[in-house]
Design a protein around this ligand. Structure first.
Ligand SMILES: [Zn+2]
Length: 390
């Protein structure tokens, strides 16, 4: 990774490059912006630039990526770089071999390591342990201790805090003390997709750098450069399906490379969405559709709900294209040709504009934490009226 490998954040990168060159970096940054926009990748690249043994003189390319320091940062092993994210408390218990909790801690350690492994594979992944109560006091106490020492080498200590909106209150207080009198040898980078939930006292101590959603054309160019072996239709599928989220795009790339894209979570969710749509529109299957609505609202998390609704949106776009131009071949879902054909024949005249409006509304409602069952029920009734009518 170097500056040139950062996708679609030219303005943000050039602001940081200038700050590094003129030695005017802030003590603390808060990187904000939607998920999967590469905020943490930029944080780690900055950490590498500040600690690289062979940085380029004009800082155009950034870190060398091959020196010991760069490799240690890539492997989350660098003594001066700390990466903090929400963990479960069992991870932090003192490991006393005489105690029964020993096993709990060992298992928690394994879960932690597997998240770090996943992060190494997918730099756009945001780790958080399932049983976490947030970023815990002990984690910040440990940062305080590390902050009192100078960097072991010539560079700068960099503390990357992922999801500071999940700081436990007493952890937040400790962090605030650090941010109020920041030691000069430390750079704090807080990274949040929900900056409005970060404590205002912490936010106000940080220089805010906003990241923008990645443009489809940027993802497309990146895919063409990194995976020229992918067919155009696979590339288009990844671009459309990831909706500007590089984390999702990376997972899709891996699943395509390994030939297991049918089991990719996002595609499984899409297939579930189309199955639900089929039931909703089939005469005599309404009861099944209602059960489906209940199950989906209960079992899906927020992100999955958004994927579910988003894939309906993309599917309807495909039907629309098929109806207005039967020769159309640039589908969002190139693997669903037959299904698209069948829907286009059975429902030749739906109001696509209204359908996309209500779907976008439902997505917004889910993002605003409106009750999922209520949202999906209302959506189902409206959708059935709009499509079934034709
Ligand atoms: Zn290097």
């Amino acid at each position: 990774m170097s500056w040139q490998d950062i996708i679609g954040q030219n303005l943000q990168v050039s602001i940081l490059q200038k700050a590094v060159l003129s030695d005017r970096l802030a003590h603390a940054y808060l990187f904000t912006g939607p998920e999967g926009t590469g905020k943490e990748s930029v944080a780690f690249e900055l950490a590498k630039v500040l600690n690289c043994e062979n940085p380029d003189a004009d800082n155009q390319t950034g870190s060398c990526g091959t020196c010991r320091s760069c490799r240690e940062i890539d492997n989350f092993m660098h003594p001066d770089i700390e990466y903090v994210f929400p963990v479960e408390s069992a991870l932090l218990e003192k490991n006393d071999p005489a105690k029964a909790e020993n096993k709990r801690t060992t298992e928690a350690r394994e879960r932690y390591e597997s998240l770090i492994e996943k992060k190494k594979q997918n730099p756009f992944f945001t780790p958080s342990m399932d049983r976490s109560m947030g970023i815990l006091t002990e984690q910040i106490t440990s940062l305080q201790q590390k902050a009192s020492f100078m960097p072991a080498e010539n560079g700068k200590k960099v503390f990357v805090l992922s999801q500071p909106e999940k700081l436990h209150p007493s952890a937040a207080n400790k962090l605030l003390k650090l941010l109020e009198e920041p030691p000069g040898h430390i750079l704090f980078i807080l990274v949040s997709s929900r900056p409005e939930s970060v404590l205002p006292t912490i936010r106000s101590r940080c220089q805010i750098l906003k990241f923008s959603r990645i443009k489809p054309s940027d993802i497309e160019n990146w895919l063409q450069n990194t995976h020229p072996e992918f067919q155009t239709e696979v590339q288009r599928f990844i671009v459309n399906f990831s909706r500007g989220n590089l984390g999702i795009a990376t997972e899709m790339i891996d699943s395509f490379k390994e030939g297991r894209h049918e089991t990719f979570e996002g595609i499984a969710t899409r297939d579930r969405a189309i199955d639900y749509l089929r039931k909703l529109l089939s005469p005599g299957k309404l009861a099944e559709a209602i059960t489906d609505t209940e199950n989906i609202s209960k079992s899906f998390g927020k992100q999955e709900m958004v994927t579910f609704l988003g894939s309906l949106l993309l599917f309807f776009q495909d039907i629309h294209h098929k109806i207005i131009n039967p020769a159309w071949d640039s589908f969002n879902n190139p693997d669903l040709g037959t299904t698209i054909d069948r829907f286009a024949k059975n429902f030749p005249n739906p109001d696509f504009f209204a359908i996309s409006t209500i779907t976008e509304e439902a997505i917004r409602a889910i993002k605003r934490n409106v009750n999922p069952l209520l949202t999906l029920s209302v959506y189902s009734i409206r959708l059935k009226n709009l499509v079934g009518r034709s």
